[in-house]
Write a protein that binds this ligand. Sequence first.
Ligand code: ARG
Ligand code: ZN
Length: 471
Amino acid sequence: MRRTFLAPAAAAATLMLAIPASAAEPTPGAPGVGDPYYPDYGNGGYDVAHYDLRLRYQPRNDRLKGTATLLVKATQDLSRFNLDFALDVREVRVNGRVADVAATGAHELEVTPDRPLTNGQRATVVVRYAGTPSEVEVNGFTSWHRTPDGGVAANEPEAAWWWFPSNDHPTDKATYDVSVAVPDGTQAVSNGVLASQRSEAGWTRWNWRSTEPQATYLATLAVGKFDLTTDTTAGGLPVLNAYSRELGPHEGAARASIERTGEVTEWLEGYFGAYPFHAIGGYVPDTDTGYALETQTRPFYSPRKFQHGSNVSVVVHEMAHQWYGNSVSLERWSDIWLNEGFASYAEWMWSEHAGEGTVEELAAYAYDSVPADDDFWTVKPGDPGPENQFHGAVYNRGAMALQALRTEIGDRDFFAVLKGWQRKHAGGDASIDEFVAYTERKSGEQLDALFGTWLFQPSKPAVGPNGGAGG
Ligand code: ARG
Ligand code: ZN
């Protein structure tokens, strides 16, 4: 959903009237959007406005099956198009008619409708599928983490392939309805608001709704035995957290951290502007993966994040991503600094707020504690390469880069940039180049050299982030 779109009822009416109008032959949509790091991720020729996922999951044998209905709009005259997906497909229909479908790679489906789509035409794509996600490996890995009581889809950038067919690139955001039936006594957790839930014949169906544009890798599904807590923030946001019932000794620390999500979010609003979505929360499944992920409105937290006790810092990090990464998405995966640098900087700000060390102290320490001959300094936060997308340099040197910017332009312009950038691109996507240009406009300063040094120089900057030779 990159531009405006009609409501589904209007879309259906448009379809019936659509007549191929152009003289040129329709052509196949590209199998990728041409991302510099992942050229075959996403697809050309159409945009998705909405995903409706109606699924059933059996934890006993890790069996996921159901139907995905995608409301799409063609952006060219289209003879065929690709979807990104790794499970087995039973049938695809485009506008109600059975389409030809072929798996052309481990995560690519090629769909040929029986009639071409015309540029601007809205279409309904229905995909019926089934699979055992934990058994499906692509390039030697799976992003579906099996747990003793179910499973969870959470990874970056590849997460959707294991549970729904999509146009898998952050530049094509959409709204979602995720409806998942699981055996009674088990919970299914996803993004947004729990719209309803209903039990019938031994199965409980959980209906989740996300009404703001969401990138595919930020959609999540967790099935397992969870304890759900609900609340409302002082500002009126609905909070829903979910804790696996098997967290053992990590349970207290997880709750002591995640139950502060509302407080953290309202504190972040003071610096970043109004929270961009209409629900918040977090969830902790019974998984031994080590990371956290900013899945939209409801981050995924590995229990290991709480192994040393409470960790509000990780909550601050994942909630900061709701502004930087989720509302303002990456234009290309090489722009990852716009996500991780900002979320890491927010952790330093929280530390100062909590009285655990000022931003200046933490930036100085981050700079001083890594010697110039360390490989750390060879990774360019502004273009780390796909193999280093989540390297510590993207996070820590990325945060130092923001501190260097603040030192240069001063607090007033720096905080105006943080808020203004968010306001300008909310619900869309943007690049590092645009950020540099925006910062220069706001501050009236020439900042190419500063960003060149901090984001693109493959060695330790001679001057520290606070403007001195040390630190
Ligand atoms: N964006 C996530 C975070 O910083 C990082 C996810 C890393 N992904 C992974 N598979 N390790 O919170
Ligand atoms: Zn992050």
